[in-house]
Design a protein around this ligand. Structure first.
Ligand SMILES: [Zn+2]
Length: 314
């Protein structure tokens, strides 16, 4: 594994932040408002809807839950993008991306994304591969991350950039099996990327950050190569800010392989985009053990508070 930027870079960035003018500091949010226990409650709520895979009753319950939470936030508009994709068997799969727009009149936009669909069954479980996959980390954790961030944004100073929070559908692919399907491909984010003009008629978003699997007790976030290729300055910024909050959770070592997720389609649409994921989730990944017991309020807080700092740091 390679370290992708020298350690002094983080120190220089830190010094620059400390020297920021009082005016710049005035726009800072109170990151302490970001509450890991609240995020844990959201995960517990979402687990009641499991399986949250396409076509299941829990899928619609998840959509309703996210829309209701966002309606209470400072988002100006909570939109749904409904469409159908063709399944491997030729059947139409109905999909819904949810887009919550903050400061919708601001032409400068940043996307903060995750997926909300979950794996249909615990295919990696040695004992019960057909049992439901709870999906506390994959994917309730990042939905909780965005909802708690939306709550805190509603209590925070106005940003100089408009945020679009996007909850993508169909990230786990046409069979809702994610990496358990050899022909896996995400469905929701490519559709959104192909129809960018519907939301950004004159100017593309400046950047996008995508979250997945962010509640692991043993949180270790490593940049992945496609993110570094697409959005190096943003990756550096996020990891530098995160290292100030929880040094051990932010590793400068790249993952040894690129990871495909919803940021991939956004990258291909020409938006500098990066993924924040703790992909080392053994032995629980996509098993019946992906439960709330593996999650930590502290880990959620680390990522959520870093996201707030990231959004408020020019
Ligand atoms: Zn995921």
């Amino acid at each position: 594994m390679t370290e992708f930027w020298p350690r002094w870079t983080a120190t220089a960035a830190m010094a620059a932040l400390l020297l920021a003018s009082p005016a710049a500091r005035a726009a800072e949010p109170q990151i302490e408002l970001w509450d890991g226990q609240r995020a844990m409650t959201v995960i517990a709520d979402l687990l009641r809807f499991t399986p949250r895979a396409m076509g299941e009753p829990g899928h619609q319950q998840t959509i309703d839950y996210i829309k209701a939470a966002m309606a209470k936030s400072a988002a100006d508009a909570v939109l749904t993008q409904s469409f159908t994709a063709k399944g491997d068997d030729g059947k139409a799969i109905p999909l819904t991306n949810i887009i919550a727009r903050f400061q919708v009149q601001n032409p400068r936009r940043v996307i903060v994304a995750t997926h909300y669909d979950s794996i249909i069954k615990a295919y990696r479980d040695a004992k019960s591969p057909d049992a439901p996959m709870p999906g506390a980390n994959n994917s309730a954790s990042a939905v909780a991350l965005l909802l708690e961030t939306a709550r805190v944004l509603s209590l925070s100073p106005k940003l100089d950039i408009g945020i679009d929070m996007i909850f993508f559908d169909g990230e786990e692919g046409p069979k809702s099996l994610g990496a358990g399907d050899p022909t896996w491909h995400a469905l929701g984010s490519p559709h959104f990327a192909a129809n960018l003009k519907d939301y950004y008629p004159s100017r593309k978003p400046e950047k996008a950050v995508d979250f997945d699997m962010v509640c692991d007790k043993d949180l270790k976030l490593q940049p992945e190569p496609s993110s570094v290729a697409s959005a190096l300055p943003e990756v550096k910024k996020f990891w530098s800010l995160g290292s100030r909050i929880a040094p051990l959770a932010f590793s400068p070592e790249l993952t040894s392989y690129p990871i495909s997720d919803d940021h991939t389609a956004l990258q291909q649409a020409g938006i500098p985009s990066f993924l924040v994921i703790d992909f080392d989730y053994e032995p629980y990944f996509n098993t019946t053990q992906d439960t709330i017991e593996q999650c930590s309020a502290q880990s959620l807080e680390t990522v959520g508070r870093t996201l707030l700092r990231y959004l408020y740091t020019p």
